[in-house]
Design a protein around this ligand. Structure first.
Ligand code: ADP
Ligand code: MG
Length: 569
């Protein structure tokens, strides 16, 4: 620390480049500081820093490391704490980003993140610090105050067991462990999702993911007929609504809470922090939200189970377009999800293409099958389950034609769930829909696709490889922007950072002209599971959060330069 102080004092008043001398490792009382990368000027992205606290010094009891669930939750908890302390000690100390100290700020999900790494011997925090300057002149004394006085305070307040609130930490770890165990129990119970009694599903707003608090919030309450109970590792028992495998319809009037329930199921692939309201709302890990996404690019996707005989004989067995329609995009989204192993599809009428979802008796009379390329989802949804074992949870307030296809029908009425399966069945017997099924013999084939390595270019001219996220919607990959607006289960900017980097990693290490999109996405997922998020980037960067194979493939499939080779035999 003395050496750091001396360097700062020595370069005081010099040009900003002199800060490059700070690169290296420093021993502080109780921790180590590592300066990995020094920013080029005070207006650039702040410098990349790490601190390492030895495990015995940090003082966390062994129970914090007792399972993978607990270790992930510990990292998540410390990341939140560290980010808060960074904000507390961040202050303007000159021009540009001088004096800014920051760590990526987590949202409502408990995720494995690279900002905090828990290793055998130490706990490491990765963050950013804006080295202080007046204009472009080094402010050495301000740097000393920031790094040698305030940083030790941040470390002491956030990475030491003694300064944390033990009860809150234990609740965090227990919540994550309980949710993981709850999700593991779904399959043997024959469920695809579970929504606990008492859960708070609505959010504050479309741009604020915290639980709704204002006004009349109706906690979830399961219909008696669908109620299940589970025992959790913490010893408590939760009961709530189990959503069975097969086809589930969510019906009800407009504004009665249908989409809110489905959104909670989408988010249920992740665990949530205590107080979120969705702590015990879990969905199987590979459930995938499906929606229409007109305008997206599609590269050689076999959408023929849903769409064939396009005008002018366009091939739908390997369908490509730079500007998909609502129905072709929704078909491609389903096929691509199946390709990487989605086992539950979550569909909302609000974001679906009408002609993809339904084709009623009257329309069948008016437009002959020969002139309609689309086989509507209503004729495929049972085959998906029967042939492939893929369940669907579908919000459909607008058409009763789905009644025949459903195993379970849940009505939302003033935010209360009711099991109306028997009523729906009785209605479909009383009033035949008179539709002719157009689904054919079976679902059809989902074929593997092999990405062409050279079609991914993360380079940006002289500036070398350039990859990053812009919010939750876009990955910048070299000169290209990957639009992920419609990939709704991305919840953390760190996931987009990681997926961008993972595409590059996959390009370098896995795309060999033989491996399929599925194999590549799963290999990345598995390698990260084994080696942590540093697997995709040896620079030890704190910007990454865990993601699923499904979203990695979704990003790859939306890269507008992607080429697929179908040369497999
Ligand atoms: P639908 O899809 O049935 O039209 P939404 O799910 O979009 O309805 O919900 C309509 C509104 O009601 C939203 O603003 C939502 O935040 C709110 N809402 C949903 N569920 C609840 C609830 N349990 N308690 C209070 N408000 C809710
Ligand atoms: Mg809705």
């Amino acid at each position: 620390m003395e050496r750091l102080r001396q360097t700062c004092e020595r370069i005081d008043g010099r040009g900003y480049r002199a800060y490059q001398d700070l690169r290296g490792d420093y021993r502080f009382p109780g921790f180590e500081l590592i300066v990995d990368h020094v920013q080029g000027d005070p207006f650039a992205r702040p410098s990349r820093l790490r601190v390492r606290v030895p495990r015995d010094r940090a003082g966390f009891p062994a129970s914090c490391f007792a399972s993978r669930s607990r270790i992930v939750a510990l990292g998540d908890f410390l990341a939140r704490r560290f980010a808060v302390e960074c904000r507390r000690f961040s202050e303007r100390r000159g021009s540009g980003k001088s004096g800014e100290i920051s760590m990526v700020r987590p949202g409502q999900e408990i995720l494995d993140r690279s900002s905090i790494r828990i290793e055998a011997g130490f706990i490491e925090a990765r963050f950013y610090g804006g080295l202080p300057a007046a204009g472009r002149r080094v402010l050495g004394r301000a740097a000393v105050s920031m790094l040698c006085e305030h940083l030790p305070e941040i470390v002491e307040r956030s990475l030491s067991f003694a300064s944390l609130e033990a009860r809150a930490l234990e609740t965090h770890l227990q919540t994550n462990e309980d949710a993981d165990r709850l999700r593991e129990q779904l399959e043997e119970a024959g469920l695809v999702a579970f929504v606990a009694d008492g859960a708070v599903l609505p959010r504050r707003s479309g741009v604020d993911d915290r639980p709704m608090v204002e006004g009349h919030v109706v906690p979830f309450h399961s219909p008696q007929s669908l109620r299940r109970s589970f025992t959790l590792p913490s010893g408590s028992t939760v009961s709530g609504m189990g959503i069975l495998e097969g086809v589930t319809l969510i019906v009800g009037g407009g504004f009665h809470g249908k989409s809110t329930l489905l959104s909670a199921l989408e988010a249920g692939v992740y665990n949530h922090i205590p107080g979120d309201g969705r702590e015990w709302v879990v969905t199987t890990r590979t459930a995938c939200k499906i929606r229409a996404e007109d305008g997206r690019r599609i590269e050689k996707v076999g959408i023929d189970p849903f769409i064939s005989h396009l005008p002018f004989g366009r091939d739908t067995g390997r369908f490509s377009t730079d500007d998909a329609s609502g129905s072709t995009s929704q078909a491609a989204n389903i096929i691509e999800a199946l390709e990487v192993g989605a086992d539950v599809l979550l569909v909302d009428e609000d974001t679906s293409a009408t002609n993809f979802m339904i084709r009623d008796h009257r329309m069948q009379e008016l437009i002959a099958k020969a002139n309609e390329p689309i086989v509507p989802f209503v004729d495929k949804v049972r085959q998906l389950y029967g042939d492939l074992g893929i369940s669907t949870v579908l919000v459909m307030g607008g058409s009763g034609d789905y009644f025949e296809s459903a195993d379970t029908v849940i009505a939302m009425e003033s935010y209360a769930a009711r099991d109306v399966t028997a009523e729906a069945r009785a209605i479909s017997e009383k009033y035949a829909s008179e539709r002719a099924s157009e689904g054919g013999e079976g679902f059809g084939e989902v074929r593997p696709r092999i990405p062409v390595r050279g079609s991914l270019d993360p380079g940006k001219g002289k500036r070398g490889v350039k990859i990053g996220a812009r919010g939750l919607k876009t990955i910048l990959f070299g000169k290209h922007a990957i639009d992920l607006t419609a990939v709704e289960q991305l919840v953390d900017e760190g996931q987009l950072n990681a997926i961008g980097q993972a595409l590059y990693y996959a390009r370098e290490n896995l795309m060999d002209g033989r491996r399929s999109v599925r194999e590549i996405a799963h290999a990345v997922e598995e390698q990260i599971r084994q080696g942590g998020l540093d697997t995709i980037d040896p620079r030890r960067i704190g910007d990454y959060a865990e993601f699923r194979a499904l979203e990695l493939a979704a990003a790859l499939n939306r890269l507008r330069t992607l080429e697929i080779s179908l040369d497999y035999s």
